[in-house]
Structure formats: C-alpha cells, structure tokens
Design a protein around this ligand. Structure first.
Ligand code: FES
Length: 131
C-alpha cells in the first residue's frame, strides 16, 4: 500500500452539508475552549472535519480528505499524537493547523477549509469552501 506519485491532482469530492452548529458550552466540545484544542466532527464534509481553535476568536474547519490522492481509501487526515499538526497515515503527508498548508510528505495542496463563524458561545460551520 502507500501512495504513488499523483500526476493528476485528483479533485477532492464536494459533499454539500447543512450548517453544523456547535455549542461551546457543551461538555463534548470543551477542547474547543482551549487554544490549540481541536474536535473531529464525523457527520459533515467528505471524510469529516477537524475543528481547531487557534485563539479565542479564531477557529478553523479543515476537511479530513487528504489532498494528495483524495480517492485513496486511506486518505483521511488525523491530528498527530503531539496535537501540533495534522497528518495522513496513508503516506505521511502532514499539514499545518495555521492554514492547512502541507508541511511534509507528498502533498502539495492545502487541506480544504470550510467557513466557520463564532457568535457568542456558538460556532457555525457551513459547506462554503474558503480555499
Ligand atoms: S493520500 Fe497519501 S498522504 Fe494523503
């Protein structure tokens, strides 16, 4: 297994989803109240979304479908055990939490980012693609 060189830049599928609302006061979302905290949401996006808190007013929503060979069965990005960056176990492409840019491995395209807005203690993720 492992990924062969991607000569075609396969497009990442687009899967529309209804707005997803997160109540930051809910126990299951406590990690999103800490800078550097994250939460995986499996029910939206192509292969799920990683929500990341950079600071109190900055959140990001990353599509987990790897951008290197998005159609590979294993092309799902996880948060690295250090919690400092994201990584695809498929062939070890790594991605920054700051902007989803590749930081290592074979990938050359950044992770897709979805629109995420904060209003009080409520985060809303839409299927609007930002990049
Ligand atoms: S598909 Fe191989 S690193 Fe993502």
């Amino acid at each position: 297994m492992g990924c062969q060189p991607n000569l075609s830049d396969d497009p990442i599928p687009i899967v529309p989803f209804p707005d997803f609302v997160i109540n930051l006061s809910a126990p299951e979302y406590q990690p999103l109240n800490i800078n550097g905290g994250y939460k995986e949401i499996g029910s939206i996006g192509v292969r799920g979304v990683i929500v990341y808190r950079q600071d109190a007013s900055t959140y990001r929503a990353f599509e987990r479908n790897c951008t290197f060979r998005p159609n590979e069965a294993c092309a799902t990005v996880n948060v690295h055990s250090s919690s400092l960056f994201m990584i695809d176990p498929c062939c070890n492409s790594s991605f920054s939490f700051t902007n989803g840019a590749p930081t290592g491995g074979s990938a050359s395209r950044p992770l897709r980012q979805y629109e995420i807005t904060l209003a009080g203690t409520q985060l809303t993720i839409t299927d609007t693609i930002l990049n």
